[in-house]
Design a protein around this ligand. Structure first.
Ligand code: GUN
Length: 293
């Protein structure tokens, strides 16, 4: 059998960002409105610093305003909540993202709930979570939304397909399942207590792996021809005698590529879609706040 088609998240996200840039340009020219995204980083987690820098770069590239707030790791929770209250009131800020994880002394759920749901471009506020589940104008979490765009681009109509989501996080697994359900998939959410995970995964036309365990999903778990979305980004040591580290997904790529019909690589699959969807959410939030169609 031939190897799986690679789903190119770099190319797809570049196209999406181009379309967003054109819409931002029109908004600025015709309405004198510039969408603005505020990103808040507390502490010095190196991975978070990398993410925040690339969010800033992409935001500016699409013609939006980027407001980055970097706070020390020992910032009191009250101070963070006061900053968010100010951003909620600021008419130049249409989207607010607080980078996770937060330092342990800060209650992340309290912080998420302090963000105005209309500006919650992560889609983590209970109002948006509820709207996604019940239908309505939700802002949808970026990584699952980006994964869905890749799936629809590859498969077209998803109606009736068996989808297995591995992982039940609020950031990826649960909203991914909601989105696939909305597309009329038959959805299973598998997790660390699932019995006989390989047998569950073998049913799937669509596999979304979002567990954070390097190369956990093996090639022989997959139904031949299925579509695999690998959300994992895990840094592991290179095999000896090489030195240094490399990035791998939650799926054993070298095995899976010989069985699946299509698969996202890591890096270059889902990763770049997340930021593109964040920009899209900021544009959507800006349009709604200005009552534009
Ligand atoms: N940390 C890892 N992923 C995310 C995300 O999607 N949003 C935020 N705010 N923090 C994250």
């Amino acid at each position: 059998m031939t190897d799986a088609t690679l789903i190119d998240g770099n190319a797809f996200s570049a196209g999406l960002r181009d379309r967003i840039r054109a819409q931002v340009h029109t908004l600025r020219e015709t309405r004198r409105i510039t969408p603005g995204l505020a990103v808040v980083l507390v502490g010095e987690d190196p991975a978070s610093q990398v993410y925040v820098r690339s969010k800033h770069k992409r935001t500016v590239e699409t013609g939006m305003e980027s407001f980055v707030h970097t706070l020390p790791a020992d910032t009191p929770e009250d101070e963070l909540l006061t900053l968010i209250a100010g951003l909620n009131r600021d008419p130049q800020v249409h989207g607010i993202l607080v980078q996770l994880p937060l330092p342990r002394h800060i209650d992340a759920q309290k912080v998420i709930e302090a963000i105005d749901p209309a500006k919650d471009v992560d889609g983590f506020h209970p109002v948006n979570v509820g709207r996604l589940a019940a239908g309505g104008e939700a802002l949808v979490p970026c990584t699952p939304y980006g994964s869905l765009l890749l799936l629809k681009d590859r498969l077209g109509d998803l109606s009736g397909l068996e989808a297995v989501v591995i992982g039940r996080s609020n950031i990826v697994g649960k909203p991914m399942a909601q989105l696939l359900l909305q597309e009329n998939c038959t959805v299973t959410i598998a997790h660390s207590r699932t019995r006989d995970l390989p047998a569950v995964v073998r049913r799937a036309d669509i596999v979304v792996a979002a567990v954070g365990k390097p190369e956990m999903v093996r090639g022989d778990w997959l139904k031949p021809g299925c579509t695999v979305i690998d959300v994992g980004i895990n840094r592991v040591a290179k095999p000896a005698p090489e030195e240094g580290t490399r990035l791998v997904g939650d799926v054993a790529f070298a095995e899976a590529v010989t069985v699946a019909g299509a698969i996202t690589p890591v890096p270059g699959g889902v990763g770049p879609m997340t930021i593109a969807c964040l920009l899209r959410n900021t544009l959507v939030a800006c349009a709604r706040q200005n009552r534009l169609p």
